[in-house]
Design a protein around this ligand. Sequence first.
Ligand SMILES: C[S@@+](CC[C@H](N)C(=O)[O-])C[C@H]1O[C@@H](n2cnc3c(N)ncnc32)[C@H](O)[C@@H]1O
Length: 402
Amino acid sequence: MKTPLTSRELGQLPQPSAEALAHSRGLQSHIADEIGREGGWISFSRYMDLALYAPGLGYYSAGARKFGPAGDFVTAPEISALFGQCLARQIAEVLAECGGDVLELGPGSGKLAWDVLLALDELGALPQRYLLLEVSGDLRLRQQEKLATLPPHLAARAQWLDALPPSFSGAVIANEVLDVLPVHVVSFTNGGMFELGVVAADAGDGQRFAWRSRLLQGGPLAVAAGRISSAYLGNPPPPAYTTEICLAAPAWVSSLATMLERGAIILIDYGFRAAEYYHPSRTQGTLMCHYRHYAHTDPFYLPGLQDITAHVDFTSVAEAGRAAGLDVLGYTTQGNFLIGCGLTDLLARADPRNVTDYLPLANQAQRLVSPAEMGEFFKVIALGKGLDTPLRGFASGHPLPL
Ligand SMILES: C[S@@+](CC[C@H](N)C(=O)[O-])C[C@H]1O[C@@H](n2cnc3c(N)ncnc32)[C@H](O)[C@@H]1O
């Protein structure tokens, strides 16, 4: 996520450099070629996959600075080390019960891994290995540079994987990865259910792509859309309703479940349960793009230079976990989770009379837990296998329904 962002008209967004623009044009041609090969239409999920992950060109695959003040958005680990320190306390509890390693998925800049390794060392709870799985070659390099600055006994534990291991025990963590898995876009109208896909277009304003709907008939997407319609959209359904369905998320959770022998999978992201996601009043879905700390809803604007995300349907994550034999160990807000993991104790270690140190730390904690900032918007779900002890992150506050 991309913390407090202001919506702006696209024309008012900061202009990219000539080099960045050329990069985006290269990706646009790549996508347009694929649309041509596919007969003139691709699903939005495929478009999002290419825009974010096309080798050497996609937003996450190429070299643009994404994280932090100079990038497009700020994530919790970039805001404060407190985030990783809290998560480390939860990880330590999991490792104490089941042993094993830590596996981080989508580690971004490597900042979370850096904070978690330092904190686990301090807690005397270091695993043998801290595994990292990153789809972006560029980000993998940045993670390697970042973790090389750790003390050698910590840096030596970091190992990068090319794919999920066949089996794993310990703690799996992923912050803001679910929201960048490609989504399909569907619309429900009086005329039936449609899938919104992408066609090449020359609108004359530099935009090379446009939406085009197709009747949705058969297949997993139609099944999922039908379920959403009957379960959540009411009778009669809203006259025009557009939303996203992430088929990739349940598939991803199911592959994590296959891998997990014993331990917990802790996923942190923005989103809500299905009844809120697919509420009849949310007629425009949750698709959002982030460019230089501005948010807007046009995924065809400068592909390759902006992030494209959708909120997470945590009900589908929980259902996929259960279907694959995992227990839902907890689901709560980020604020409750971090407090359950000891955020206030960590804050209390700083001396409030030392204004220079304390005030920034208190400010960071506030951003992470305040309901007006990330505290309620972000949720944490834990799925697990073979764990008996309740997880501390879900002990405080009220568990949320799924
Ligand atoms: C929004 S960034 C979050 C980065 C980091 N976790 C953080 O909190 O700052 C999403 C990250 O997930 C990675 N990613 C996307 N899909 C992935 C997948 N299927 N497996 C592993 N990483 C993935 C991206 O390359 C990127 O590093």
